[in-house]
Design a binder for this molecule. Structure first.
Ligand SMILES: *[C@@H]1O[C@H](CO)[C@@H](O)[C@H](O)[C@H]1NC(C)=O
Ligand SMILES: *[C@@H]1O[C@H](CO)[C@@H](O)[C@H](O)[C@H]1NC(C)=O
Ligand SMILES: *[C@@H]1O[C@H](CO)[C@@H](O)[C@H](O)[C@H]1NC(C)=O
Ligand SMILES: *[C@@H]1O[C@H](CO)[C@@H](O)[C@H](O)[C@H]1NC(C)=O
Length: 279
């Protein structure tokens, strides 16, 4: 190949230079805005252990939220170069129903709360980060019944006389109504009551995200068991919700890739799975 002359290179470079300055890609991005602002705004619900849980009093980190996604928010802030602890992340309380619209409205830079990657949220105008964790619906039952091989299939739950406890209005209730028309579905307003109903044997089965089923099985070891958590009844992944800004999206995915590849995310999740959550 013929080596280009210096003059040709200079012409080429001038062309690239003008292409860059006239390109819309140099318009300010959310990433630059966050760095200039000096702190990260994280939308979180505080209602989904082990990812995001609201406590009465502020922790040593100066926030009232605890959990795996709260620690990940701190890690993302340090990846952005924000080193001082509490003011580098501002947690913005939100709900699962408001996560996507809150991101679109610019109330926060990222939603971190054990959020399911759904097409409904995508259509509300957000990006999702690459998946953080595979979950999917899993049954949680009393261990003696799991040991007898009960409730190992959806068909074995969908029988007259089986009581399925479910929290009102969420994706668990929708799943139960769609899959267990023959069973009795018992609805509770408070999510904690669905597991209390299993413990006092008012209900036979709870079907929920793998992580929640495994968390309750740990909290009541030998009493509650997750049924075949390695083979969930549905495909579902958790991810972070982002406003549609490409440089920010790329930055978050690069950071997340490193967190996952280094094992940092696994040990963060493990720490909060082992935490003594109040029940
Ligand atoms: C939380 O704070 C309140 C008031 O500031 C205090 O009365 C209470 O004991 C604290 N609880 C814990 C668990 O530290
Ligand atoms: C405080 O922050 C550190 C670093 O992110 C984290 O490891 C720890 O779990 C946090 N403590 C609480 C109570 O959230
Ligand atoms: C069992 O627990 C559920 C949920 O907390 C509660 O509504 C129900 O009254 C309890 N039943 C008994 C017999 O204790
Ligand atoms: C993290 O945990 C998952 C699931 O247990 C496992 O497949 C993966 O290899 C782990 N990653 C690292 C880096 O340890």
């Amino acid at each position: 190949m013929k080596t280009p002359s210096l003059a040709t290179l200079a012409l080429w470079w001038a062309g690239v230079g003008s292409a860059i300055t006239s390109s819309p890609q140099v318009e300010s991005s959310l990433l630059e805005e966050i760095v200039a602002r000096g702190h990260l705004r994280v939308g979180t619900t505080g209602s989904y252990a082990p990812f995001s849980h609201l406590v009465a009093n502020a922790t040593e980190n100066g926030t009232s939220f605890i959990g795996a996604d709260i620690d990940m928010a701190m890690s993302l802030a340090s990846a952005l170069g924000f080193t001082s602890p509490s003011p580098s992340v501002v947690f913005v309380p939100t709900t699962f129903a408001d996560l996507a619209t809150g991101a679109v409205a610019g109330l926060f830079d990222i939603g971190m709360s054990g959020v399911s990657i759904t097409l409904t949220r995508a259509l509300q105008g957000v990006f999702f980060s690459s998946p953080v964790l595979r979950v999917g619906k899993v049954a949680c039952v009393r261990c003696e019944r799991a040991a007898q091989g009960e409730f190992a299939t959806l068909a074995s739950i969908n029988r007259p006389g089986v009581k399925v406890a479910t929290p009102a209005g969420g994706s668990n209730e929708a799943f139960d109504r769609a899959n267990f028309p023959a069973a009795e579905i018992v609805v509770y307003a408070d999510n904690t009551d669905i597991f209390r109903a299993l413990l006092n044997e008012t209900a036979d089965v709870v079907v929920t995200d793998r992580v929640e089923a495994e968390l309750w099985a740990r909290l009541h070891q030998g009493v509650l068991c997750a049924v075949r958590p390695e083979s969930p009844y549905s495909f579902e992944e958790l991810g972070y919700v982002l406003p549609r800004d490409m440089p920010w999206f790329q930055f978050v995915n690069t950071w997340l890739h490193i967190e996952q590849g280094s094992g940092e995310w696994n040990s963060t999740l493990q720490r909060w799975m082992d935490y003594a959550w109040e029940t």
